[in-house]
Design a protein around this ligand. Sequence first.
Ligand SMILES: [Zn+2]
Length: 165
Amino acid sequence: MAKETYKCYGCKQIFRKEELVEHASNRAKELHKYCPKCLKEKQDSEFFADKICEIFGIKAPGPLIYTQRKKIKQEYGYTDQTIIDCLEYIYNVECKKKLSESLYFVKPEYVEKMLKYKQNKETEEHQIVNAIGAFKTEEHIVPIKEIENTKTSVYDNIDEWLNDD
Ligand SMILES: [Zn+2]
């Protein structure tokens, strides 16, 4: 029986049918087959494009932004998530004036600031969660004991039934 093989839409290499995944991008509604590596790249770049559109209020990112993305990744090794986090920090937290469709601000000094900001925010949220947790524990001390008592009696019964063969 001949094995079914297909070309990956991304890298154009030949793969076995079961190695490829069909994927339609958000924009083009057409289905294409991708190998796992190309699928990951495709999904990453779609995530990136969606976020860029959201941040800059545009319909589709131009080619310049992809050139900048590539350069940033090569130069600093940042992931798409870091690039997006940095842009969101610059425009939503620092409220800098928007440079239309540019990754100009994505550089170490701002990425460091963004990471510090996120860390502080997480610590704060953690403290709030802990405070709520402490409050809840106090409230439920008695009911937990009651539940434990009920459990013991149920298990005792099961043992009796099992032995009662
Ligand atoms: Zn591929």
